[in-house]
Ligand binder design. Structure first.
Ligand SMILES: Nc1nc2c(ncn2[C@@H]2O[C@H](COP(=O)(O)OP(=O)(O)OP(=O)(O)O)[C@@H](O)[C@H]2O)c(=O)[nH]1
Ligand SMILES: [Mg+2]
Length: 252
């Protein structure tokens, strides 16, 4: 049983990616089950095998503790840490090949507080990895790309799990734009050039320095362009997942 945590900024496409990936895996004859860890979501495009909303109610927390919606979401996310035991038990009884974890819309609630990394650590899974979603249309701007890369690196720092970055929603981008963004992910020189061409010299320098700092971390991220809406490049996504998880098995 392997666990895949889908992370990314609000609206980057985590939930749809989780649903599409499960469908893709099922088509390849590999069973995957979905776990919803987002206590605040209203509608899901998939049927989760486990749903944190069955255990934690944001409305109830608001009522019981006199909290506003954001305070209740923070509390709900912190309470996730206490669910590790029960989630482990239920997953052991389901025992699929893959478990896809859809995480809260507000990424900081999961990634940058204690509960998310704690939960990821405590879950009894053979292999674990993060799929980090780069919102394609947002990342068409080189400044936005750099800040997203920075967030992806911060997420890696929090979870220290093997990570694959996905450039999502490419159906909304022209082919040339997708190529340009992938070029930035491979070549610092191309990104520097793009940043230099932007107005706001100070911000360009800062973004260039941020990029250099990320480069020095030598994080072995690969970036795959895809669309969860049209299943574009899903064979590559599947292959990358298999590669990362099987590498983990070999290292054990
Ligand atoms: N065109 C297109 N739209 C997409 C794609 N992926 C997601 N979307 C749309 O983007 C919006 C946000 O997608 P979600 O899957 O809800 O994103 P999320 O990261 O789970 O959002 P939150 O949990 O609310 O932060 C929805 O309207 C999706 O239909 C894609 O590949 N292509
Ligand atoms: Mg979502």
């Amino acid at each position: 049983m392997h666990g895949i945590f889908l992370l990314g900024t609000a609206g980057s496409g985590k939930t749809l990616m989780a649903a599409s990936l499960a469908e893709c895996l099922a088509r390849q004859g590999e069973d995957a089950c979905m776990v919803n860890l987002d206590p605040g979501v209203l509608n899901l495009p998939y049927k989760p095998a486990l749903d944190v909303r069955d255990r934690i109610s944001v409305e109830k927390l608001m009522r019981d503790y006199g909290l506003g919606p954001n305070g209740a979401l923070v509390m709900a996310s912190d309470l996730l840490a206490q669910q590790a035991g029960e989630i482990n038990e239920e997953l052991q009884s389901l025992a699929p090949k893959y478990v896809l974890f859809d995480t809260p819309g507000q990424m900081e609630l999961f990634a940058f507080r204690v509960a998310g990394p704690y939960l990821a650590r405590e879950l009894k899974l053979e292999g674990k990895m993060v799929l980090y979603l780069f919102d394609g249309p947002f990342c068409a701007d080189p400044f936005n790309y750099v800040s997203t890369l920075f967030l992806a690196s911060a997420v890696h720092l929090r979870f220290t799990l093997p990570q694959v970055n996905l450039l999502t929603k490419i159906d909304l981008l022209e082919e040339g734009v997708v190529k340009r963004i992938l070029g930035w992910s491979r070549s610092p020189a191309l990104l520097r050039e793009a940043l230099a061409g932007q107005p706001g010299g100070g911000a360009s320098l800062l973004a260039g320095d941020l990029f250099k700092a990320v480069g020095k971390l030598r994080l072995d991220f690969s970036t795959i362009a895809c669309s969860a809406k049209y299943f574009t490049n899903f064979l590559n996504v599947h292959a990358a997942i298999q590669r990362v998880l099987s590498r983990g098995e070999q290292e054990e």
